[in-house]
Design a protein around this ligand. Sequence first.
Ligand code: FE2
Length: 339
Amino acid sequence: MRGAEPIVLGIESTAHTFGVGIATTRHILANVNSVYEPKAGGIHPREAAEHHSKVASEVLIHALREAGLSIRDVDAIAVALGPGMGPCLRVGATLARYLAVKYSKPLVPVNHAVAHVEIAKLTTGFRDPLVVYIAGGNTIITTLVEGRYRVFGETLDIPLGNCMDTFAREVGLGYPGTPRVEEKAMGAKSYIELPYVVKGQDLQFSGLLTKALRLVREGARLEDVCYSLIETAYSMLVEVAERALVHTGKREVTLTGGVARSRLLCRKLEAMAKLHEAVFKPVDPEYAGDNGAMIAYTGALAYASGVTMSVEESAVRPMWRLDQVEIPWSRTAKLLRNS
Ligand code: FE2
């Protein structure tokens, strides 16, 4: 314990990153991550899991050293059980169970998407924002309503980050896709109409990706296609986020996940928020991509609210949705604010 605050070690291994963080309910004490880079193509779950197993002990030792702590100083072990890729998730879960049993520490389940939201709240100082969560594996607009993060829009097919990564890879721009496509778009001369697919509050990006790739194959200027792709995808997203903001009446807007590093998307969301007299701030870029610190921090919030699980309950949950998770610490925070 640090004062009255529990110290929690958190393990991230849902996709390409193996990370270990250490945090209290107020501070990040360590954040050490190792990212698997595929030799070619997208993430291969087995290869990523192999990478995670290889680096796990080194990352763990490095994180403890960074925090100046021994494993015995830690009050609980948190782990991201999902959503994510089964083989990758199992590496983190196995390490968490081993540490919990060997050192008699409680285990805390963390939903990876909830962790992206919570780290954005910590680093922006926002209390109750509308959250736009965009990454290689997710595209979700969410906010807290009565103790849960409710979904006010999501992708019905591929995530936005995945759309950009696939496009960039196919046209030879490399990885990660979003910054490369944005950079190329700077040289555009004209906009080419692409499929703009918003269904109610939900989005579809695969038609947009197919058409953009076809245009490049047919000889359209790559700069123009990049510009059209970025503008269309971001406009779809901002339209849905704007409706969610007006509907929920929130006063703060944040952007989290790997794509939160996009200055262009930040500018668009900021302009939209301003129109509705809301404040916009993205997550700290250090914590935009997947990382161990966000799992440790969310684990600390959960543990302080009494959330734990037994080893038997710690099976991985590859399809675990954000809106299935109870957020008991939101009620505590509300009580504290009102007292
Ligand atoms: Fe993520």
